[in-house]
Design a binder for this molecule. Structure first.
Ligand SMILES: *Cc1c(COP(=O)(O)O)cnc(C)c1O
Length: 379
């Protein structure tokens, strides 16, 4: 593929000497589990996010699971989340025998609809998991208001929006995505905005007690070795990955700027095309463009467009083709086709184009032209 969705190699080459030195240092020290780089990176990320505690773990899915485990929920307790997200969000709810309650998203931002959350609350509701999809935050002011009124926990799934800023419309106060709710979760999967060279994840919280519990849960429920206070899991960030992430974190904002520039180009290129709805950024958030996702007019054959792009060496992807409530493993008498019309419409019409830190104007020009050519030729 001439133009893949991400360019991890190009990004690596720009910081190769630092990365290679960091890896060599870990190999030299052989402290592969819980080596000094892990603590160092956790502190560095806590400073960046302006939050008291960062606890690293094995991956973003584990981060979500740890967050739910730390909150002491009972089987059958309800957790509200969006029907339009990566499966991990609902998976961990189900694995812990909690009840995922799905709600629809907003058509412009593809993020969870706070009013739908409000309507889904029952006496068994214990938590809300907003997902900051594709790189911008959900409406955290409204979600926190609802959570406060009903005494609910809020777990932010920040896997796609690390580094995004949320500004409270009422107070003007700005906070990093993932630091507004009870616990924030992120992923360092290689293609995420802050990507490791393997799996990785983290949870963050302002709460000292929760932090201690999260740290223990991620390490077999123990604080003192071989004394287990909780039923935990084994989920740790490798020292190697922490060392790599520590090199990459200082570049995160410049990576976001590169993605934003690419998104601006696409927005400009598609501005006059009525068959393409470009992504809208809500006024209370910055957008770090983990994905650049457009909505195609129903008249456009998405499959044919993707093939047209592929024939020219241009990657494209559908995030996500099947809404959570229509996934085979999550079929439930409670839900059926037509329940979440916005999500279902998006699943049929969204298309994500290549966006990463190494894009050039020539690339963007060629990709957007290829999209527009297909649309003009099918009119
Ligand atoms: C990537 C992702 C996860 C899971 O992260 P992993 O590190 O792959 O386990 C969870 N939620 C969302 C929204 C994601 O994009």
């Amino acid at each position: 593929m001439k133009y893949p969705m991400v360019d991890l190699k190009g990004q690596y080459l720009k910081i190769k000497p630092e990365i290679d030195a960091a890896i060599a240092d870990v190999l030299e020290n052989t402290a592969f589990i819980k080596g000094p780089a892990v603590k160092r990176f956790e502190k560095q990320l806590a400073d960046y996010l302006q939050i008291e505690h960062v606890i690293s773990c094995g991956n973003g899915t584990d981060a979500l699971q740890l967050a739910l485990m730390a909150l002491d929920l009972q089987p059958g307790d309800e957790v509200i989340t969006t029907s339009f997200t990566f499966i991990a969000t609902a998976e961990v709810i189900a694995l812990l025998k909690l009840k995922p309650v799905l709600v629809d998203v907003l058509p412009g931002t593809y993020n969870i609809d706070p009013e739908a959350v409000q309507k889904a609350i029952t006496p068994r509701t214990k938590a809300i998991i907003p997902v900051h999809l594709f790189g911008q935050t959900a409406d955290m002011q409204r979600i926190m208001e609802i959570a406060k009124a009903h005494q609910l926990y809020v777990i932010e799934d920040t896997a796609q929006a690390l580094g995004a800023d949320f500004t409270h419309p009422d107070t003007g106060k700005t906070q990093k995505a993932g630091t507004i709710g009870t616990i924030g979760c992120t992923s360092f999967f290689p293609s995420k905005n802050l990507g490791a060279y393997g799996d990785g994840g983290a949870v963050f919280t302002h709460d000292d007690q929760l932090a201690e519990r999260l740290r223990m849960l991620a390490n077999h429920g123990m604080k003192v070795r071989y004394y287990h206070d909780y039923v935990g899991i084994n989920s740790r960030l490798d020292t190697l990955q922490a060392a790599i992430l520590a090199v990459k974190l200082p570049h995160l904002d410049e990576y976001a700027q590169a993605r934003q520039k690419a998104a601006e180009f696409y927005n400009w290129a598609f501005a006059d095309c009525k068959k393409i709805q470009t992504p809208q950024t809500a006024p209370f958030t910055t957008h770090v463009f983990h994905q650049y996702t457009v909505v195609l007019d129903e008249s456009i054959d998405r499959q044919a467009l993707m093939k047209h792009l592929k024939d020219q060496g241009i990657a494209s992807a559908v995030y996500y083709p099947v809404p959570l409530h229509l996934q085979k493993a999550y079929r439930d008498k409670r839900y059926g086709e037509g329940d979440f019309p916005v999500t279902e419409q998006l699943s049929r019409t969204v298309l994500s184009l290549p966006i990463h830190t190494e894009m050039t104007t020539d690339m963007l020009e060629e990709i957007s032209q290829a999209v527009l050519n297909f649309i003009h030729q099918t009119l």
